[in-house]
Ligand binder design. Sequence first.
Ligand code: ADE
Ligand code: ZN
Length: 314
Amino acid sequence: MRPKAELHLHIEGTLEPELVVDLARRNRIELPAFDVEAVRARNDFADLRSFLDVYYDNLAVLRTEEDFHDLAAAYLRRAAAQGVRHAEIFFDPQAHTSRGVPLEAVFGGLSAALRDGEVPAALILCFLRDRGAEEAERTLRAALPFREHFIGVGLDSAEVGYPPSLFRRVFDIAAAEGLHRVAHAGEEGGPDYVWEALDVLGVERVDHGIRAMEDPQLVARLREERIPLTVCPLSNVRLRVVPSLRDHILPAMLDEGLVVTVNSDDPAYFGGYVEDNYEALRRELGMTGEQLDRIARNSFAAAFAYDPRHGGGA
Ligand code: ADE
Ligand code: ZN
């Protein structure tokens, strides 16, 4: 299995149905049914919004520092088995603080799991764009006492209607704190969202970015500045951003000379972890070993915090 870095992974998106049921029991939280198959049965999505509804519902079972620890520890074990040598992991603090979970529990649990995990990893704090810019700014300020626990900020959740430019101020504050900046753009939103993420937010990587391919000038910009794109093929199929893997534009992105990486996004929901994404590209799209090796090399080059002395590597 080829060594790789994973750069687009929501830790909340690794909440497997089995863990939903276990944590619900541990925390005495009522589920409609304490049944793994009933939880899994909801994983059929029409679009990003319908996925997010299920994703946020399931988070009700995450309450304590131990829960966050167990979630991240389980991911890191799976990541190691998938050939991941370095991970930069998104988390959504507002999805927890809005339910009354203290930031201390989120940072405490995730950081302890990362410290003890077998894959070197770092955290990227994401703002939920559909909760607006003011709450994003309050969230960043509340997180700054935990500054040593995260390396960057990102922007996720429902994309269309929440353009990157709304978040200029909070990204400026993050930049002044020396934090890396990324944003989901060009998943359901058009190329204009990718332009804004670059020009207004100053992002160093674009998450998804597949709709950038609709704009040749934008493709030229991404190529010339070697801006990495964290593409998530199985996610795109499950969220019906592309009709099927065979129609995925990823090989064309690679042919354009873009710095493409392959990632799993929310593997508990989309039918596979990162190696499963690589394998699906080989099987369904006929991508060659040489192409997949290039993608794996890109993943290390695109990482913010990869240290080849600790992470093994390409
Ligand atoms: N949050 C978790 N997964 C996401 C995705 N694919 N797009 C936007 N927000 C998300
Ligand atoms: Zn994502």
